[in-house]
Design a protein around this ligand. Structure first.
Ligand code: FE2
Ligand code: FE2
Length: 190
Protein backbone atom coordinates (compact mmCIF):
# COMPACT_ATOMS: atom_id res chain seq x y z
CA UNK A 1 0.00 0.00 0.00
CA UNK A 2 1.22 3.46 -0.90
CA UNK A 3 1.41 5.92 1.94
CA UNK A 4 1.62 9.54 0.83
CA UNK A 5 3.06 10.72 4.13
CA UNK A 6 5.88 8.17 3.87
CA UNK A 7 6.63 9.29 0.31
CA UNK A 8 6.69 12.98 1.22
CA UNK A 9 8.86 12.28 4.24
CA UNK A 10 11.27 10.14 2.21
CA UNK A 11 11.44 12.81 -0.52
CA UNK A 12 12.30 15.40 2.15
CA UNK A 13 15.05 13.22 3.60
CA UNK A 14 16.47 12.68 0.11
CA UNK A 15 16.33 16.41 -0.59
CA UNK A 16 18.29 16.96 2.64
CA UNK A 17 20.93 14.50 1.37
CA UNK A 18 21.19 16.49 -1.87
CA UNK A 19 21.36 19.83 -0.02
CA UNK A 20 24.12 18.56 2.28
CA UNK A 21 26.24 17.51 -0.67
CA UNK A 22 25.49 20.80 -2.43
CA UNK A 23 26.74 22.72 0.64
CA UNK A 24 29.91 20.64 0.85
CA UNK A 25 30.68 20.85 -2.85
CA UNK A 26 30.27 24.64 -2.78
CA UNK A 27 32.52 24.89 0.30
CA UNK A 28 35.24 22.82 -1.36
CA UNK A 29 35.09 24.68 -4.66
CA UNK A 30 38.17 26.81 -5.20
CA UNK A 31 40.11 25.08 -2.43
CA UNK A 32 40.64 21.76 -4.12
CA UNK A 33 41.37 20.28 -7.50
CA UNK A 34 38.48 19.01 -9.48
CA UNK A 35 36.65 22.28 -10.15
CA UNK A 36 35.14 20.76 -13.29
CA UNK A 37 33.78 17.82 -11.32
CA UNK A 38 32.41 20.07 -8.61
CA UNK A 39 30.66 22.27 -11.15
CA UNK A 40 29.33 19.14 -12.85
CA UNK A 41 27.88 18.02 -9.51
CA UNK A 42 26.24 21.38 -8.91
CA UNK A 43 24.75 21.27 -12.42
CA UNK A 44 23.42 17.74 -11.73
CA UNK A 45 21.87 18.95 -8.49
CA UNK A 46 20.10 21.84 -10.23
CA UNK A 47 18.88 19.43 -12.91
CA UNK A 48 17.63 16.93 -10.31
CA UNK A 49 15.79 19.58 -8.30
CA UNK A 50 14.03 20.81 -11.42
CA UNK A 51 13.25 17.29 -12.59
CA UNK A 52 11.79 15.79 -9.43
CA UNK A 53 11.13 18.13 -6.46
CA UNK A 54 9.99 21.00 -8.72
CA UNK A 55 8.19 18.99 -11.37
CA UNK A 56 6.68 16.18 -9.28
CA UNK A 57 6.93 16.61 -5.51
CA UNK A 58 5.66 20.18 -5.07
CA UNK A 59 2.96 20.01 -7.80
CA UNK A 60 1.55 16.81 -6.28
CA UNK A 61 1.46 18.40 -2.84
CA UNK A 62 -0.50 21.31 -4.28
CA UNK A 63 -2.82 19.44 -6.61
CA UNK A 64 -3.76 16.65 -4.23
CA UNK A 65 -2.74 17.05 -0.60
CA UNK A 66 -3.32 20.82 -0.21
CA UNK A 67 -6.57 20.61 -2.18
CA UNK A 68 -8.05 17.83 -0.08
CA UNK A 69 -6.84 19.38 3.18
CA UNK A 70 -8.38 22.74 2.23
CA UNK A 71 -11.70 20.95 1.72
CA UNK A 72 -11.52 19.28 5.13
CA UNK A 73 -9.98 21.96 7.31
CA UNK A 74 -10.64 25.67 6.81
CA UNK A 75 -8.12 26.39 9.53
CA UNK A 76 -5.36 25.17 7.19
CA UNK A 77 -5.93 28.03 4.70
CA UNK A 78 -3.13 30.27 5.94
CA UNK A 79 -0.63 27.43 6.06
CA UNK A 80 -1.56 26.29 2.54
CA UNK A 81 -1.24 29.85 1.22
CA UNK A 82 2.20 30.16 2.79
CA UNK A 83 3.38 26.80 1.41
CA UNK A 84 2.16 27.64 -2.10
CA UNK A 85 3.96 30.94 -1.96
CA UNK A 86 7.13 29.09 -0.88
CA UNK A 87 6.74 26.74 -3.86
CA UNK A 88 6.56 29.77 -6.18
CA UNK A 89 9.59 31.31 -4.46
CA UNK A 90 11.43 27.98 -4.80
CA UNK A 91 11.09 28.20 -8.60
CA UNK A 92 12.69 31.66 -8.55
CA UNK A 93 15.44 30.45 -6.23
CA UNK A 94 16.37 27.44 -8.36
CA UNK A 95 16.57 29.73 -11.41
CA UNK A 96 18.90 31.99 -9.40
CA UNK A 97 21.03 29.00 -8.40
CA UNK A 98 21.20 27.80 -12.01
CA UNK A 99 22.40 31.23 -13.14
CA UNK A 100 24.98 31.45 -10.35
CA UNK A 101 26.47 28.02 -11.23
CA UNK A 102 26.62 28.92 -14.94
CA UNK A 103 28.13 32.34 -14.23
CA UNK A 104 30.91 30.82 -12.12
CA UNK A 105 31.49 28.10 -14.70
CA UNK A 106 31.94 30.78 -17.36
CA UNK A 107 34.09 33.28 -15.47
CA UNK A 108 35.64 31.34 -12.54
CA UNK A 109 35.27 34.57 -10.58
CA UNK A 110 33.17 35.60 -7.62
CA UNK A 111 33.00 32.36 -5.72
CA UNK A 112 31.55 34.32 -2.80
CA UNK A 113 28.34 35.02 -4.72
CA UNK A 114 27.98 31.39 -5.79
CA UNK A 115 28.48 30.17 -2.22
CA UNK A 116 25.94 32.70 -0.93
CA UNK A 117 23.32 31.63 -3.49
CA UNK A 118 23.93 27.96 -2.62
CA UNK A 119 23.57 28.68 1.13
CA UNK A 120 20.43 30.77 0.60
CA UNK A 121 18.86 27.99 -1.44
CA UNK A 122 19.64 25.31 1.16
CA UNK A 123 18.35 27.44 4.06
CA UNK A 124 15.17 28.26 2.15
CA UNK A 125 14.41 24.63 1.21
CA UNK A 126 15.15 23.37 4.72
CA UNK A 127 12.75 25.92 6.17
CA UNK A 128 10.09 24.85 3.66
CA UNK A 129 10.47 21.15 4.46
CA UNK A 130 10.46 21.86 8.21
CA UNK A 131 7.16 23.71 7.88
CA UNK A 132 5.60 20.82 5.96
CA UNK A 133 6.93 18.23 8.41
CA UNK A 134 5.92 20.13 11.54
CA UNK A 135 2.57 21.58 10.45
CA UNK A 136 1.26 20.21 7.15
CA UNK A 137 1.73 16.49 7.73
CA UNK A 138 0.26 16.45 11.27
CA UNK A 139 -2.80 18.40 10.03
CA UNK A 140 -3.23 16.03 7.09
CA UNK A 141 -2.95 12.99 9.37
CA UNK A 142 -5.65 14.41 11.60
CA UNK A 143 -7.98 15.91 9.00
CA UNK A 144 -8.13 13.54 6.02
CA UNK A 145 -10.57 10.65 5.79
CA UNK A 146 -9.81 7.25 4.23
CA UNK A 147 -11.46 8.25 0.94
CA UNK A 148 -9.30 11.36 0.75
CA UNK A 149 -6.18 9.29 1.26
CA UNK A 150 -7.01 6.84 -1.51
CA UNK A 151 -7.27 9.76 -3.98
CA UNK A 152 -4.02 11.33 -2.75
CA UNK A 153 -2.15 8.02 -2.47
CA UNK A 154 -2.94 7.15 -6.10
CA UNK A 155 -1.36 10.38 -7.26
CA UNK A 156 1.72 9.98 -5.08
CA UNK A 157 2.28 6.42 -6.28
CA UNK A 158 3.13 7.76 -9.75
CA UNK A 159 6.52 9.17 -10.83
CA UNK A 160 9.58 7.47 -9.42
CA UNK A 161 12.39 9.65 -8.11
CA UNK A 162 15.04 9.62 -10.91
CA UNK A 163 17.96 9.77 -8.43
CA UNK A 164 16.96 7.71 -5.41
CA UNK A 165 15.56 4.76 -7.29
CA UNK A 166 16.71 1.35 -8.49
CA UNK A 167 16.25 2.58 -12.04
CA UNK A 168 18.27 5.70 -11.52
CA UNK A 169 18.90 7.87 -14.59
CA UNK A 170 22.43 7.17 -15.81
CA UNK A 171 23.37 10.85 -15.66
CA UNK A 172 22.89 10.89 -11.88
CA UNK A 173 25.43 8.16 -11.10
CA UNK A 174 28.29 10.52 -10.17
CA UNK A 175 26.02 12.58 -7.92
CA UNK A 176 24.65 9.49 -6.22
CA UNK A 177 28.15 8.14 -5.63
CA UNK A 178 29.19 11.43 -4.05
CA UNK A 179 26.11 11.40 -1.77
CA UNK A 180 26.77 7.88 -0.53
CA UNK A 181 30.49 8.49 -0.22
CA UNK A 182 29.94 11.61 1.94
CA UNK A 183 27.45 9.75 4.09
CA UNK A 184 29.86 6.88 4.61
CA UNK A 185 32.43 9.43 5.77
CA UNK A 186 35.05 7.84 3.57
CA UNK A 187 37.71 9.37 1.39
CA UNK A 188 36.08 11.08 -1.52
CA UNK A 189 36.98 9.96 -5.01
CA UNK A 190 37.09 13.71 -5.89
FE1 FE2 B 1 6.46 21.56 -0.64
FE1 FE2 C 1 7.37 18.76 0.43
Amino acid sequence: MIDTIDIIHRDHMNMERVLSVMNRVAEGLGRADGVERSLGLLASIVYYIRLYPERCHHPKEERYLFKVLARRDEGADDLIRELKSQHAEGKRQIARLDLAVKAYDRTREDLTTLRRVVDDYAVFQRRHMDLEESELLPLARKGLADDDWSEVDQAFARDADPLFNENMEAGFRVLFERITCDEAGGARPF
